[in-house]
Design a binder for this molecule. Sequence first.
Ligand code: DGP
Length: 114
Amino acid sequence: MENCIFCKIIRGEIPSRKVFEDDRLLVIEDVSPQAPLHLLLLPKKHVVNCLDMTPGEDALAGYALRTGGAIAREKGYADTGFRIVQNNGAGAGQSVFHIHFHLLAGRPLAWPPG
Ligand code: DGP
């Protein structure tokens, strides 16, 4: 998408701190970290949020979750715990309308998240 900030990051038009990249997924550090580890798992395909998903994107979501888990383990958070969350709509805190998952770790994570 022309004016999508995450599409621009994925295309390399806006710089980011990359943690992982392959043909389906880009993982970067969040510009405004809310925990010692705060990464964004960005599917490269532009999908607005889960309301915009088709069955063709089911595997993408699973891949993002599995990759997030692998990164959390690699960074030492498998035992202490970590959270992967995804916001849908402005009322739930979505500010960038390109589907993404937040990976948060490194501090106590309260529930419910508020
Ligand atoms: P959400 O509010 O769930 O849509 O999350 C969007 C996140 O994206 C938010 O935590 C801030 C982050 N963000 C916004 N713009 C940029 C950017 O240009 N670079 C990076 N690395 N993160 C960004």
